[in-house]
Design a protein. Structure first.
Length: 139
């Protein structure tokens, strides 16, 4: 009985040591985070172009990443901004800029004056790394 327990303990220790060794050899999960999101103005009018700036800090070079912008939801539940932007991040600070022309603000388009939100997500190979939101006014 003691011998079986001893073999089991040794086997568990060996498996744990092997797992730790392999984790050092294999590349880890990409690490990057959105540090800020800003627009060039806080108040917009119909058909203006909004410049969205996203700052990202990356712990290494990350290819095959996606910056997802989703927002400006109209009264019908449709998003007027829905964009996936392929990006390659370098180690350190990265600045990503996207221009979006705003739709007409009227009862026909389903957009009334008010506060609107943009959800910003950073993905790598389809896995969410970071997300945040930014709000602005539409008059």
């Amino acid at each position: 009985m003691r011998r079986d327990v001893l073999f089991l303990i040794i086997a568990v220790i060996c498996v744990a040591a092997l797992g730790m060794s392999l984790s050092l050899l294999l590349p880890g999960q990409a690490r990057a985070g959105i540090t800020s999101v800003a627009t060039d103005k806080d108040l917009y009018h119909s058909k203006e172009t909004m410049m969205i700036t996203v700052s990202v800090d990356s712990q290494g070079n990350i290819g095959n990443a996606t910056l997802r912008l989703l927002g400006i939801q109209d009264r019908y539940g449709d998003y007027q901004l829905r964009k996936d932007i392929p990006v390659n991040l370098s180690h350190g600070a990265n600045t990503l800029v996207y221009d979006h022309k705003l739709p007409s603000c009227s009862s026909c388009s389903g957009l009334a004056a008010g506060t609107y939100r943009i959800d910003v997500s950073l993905l790598h190979d389809g896995v969410l790394l970071s997300n945040t939101t930014h709000s602005f006014q539409l008059a």
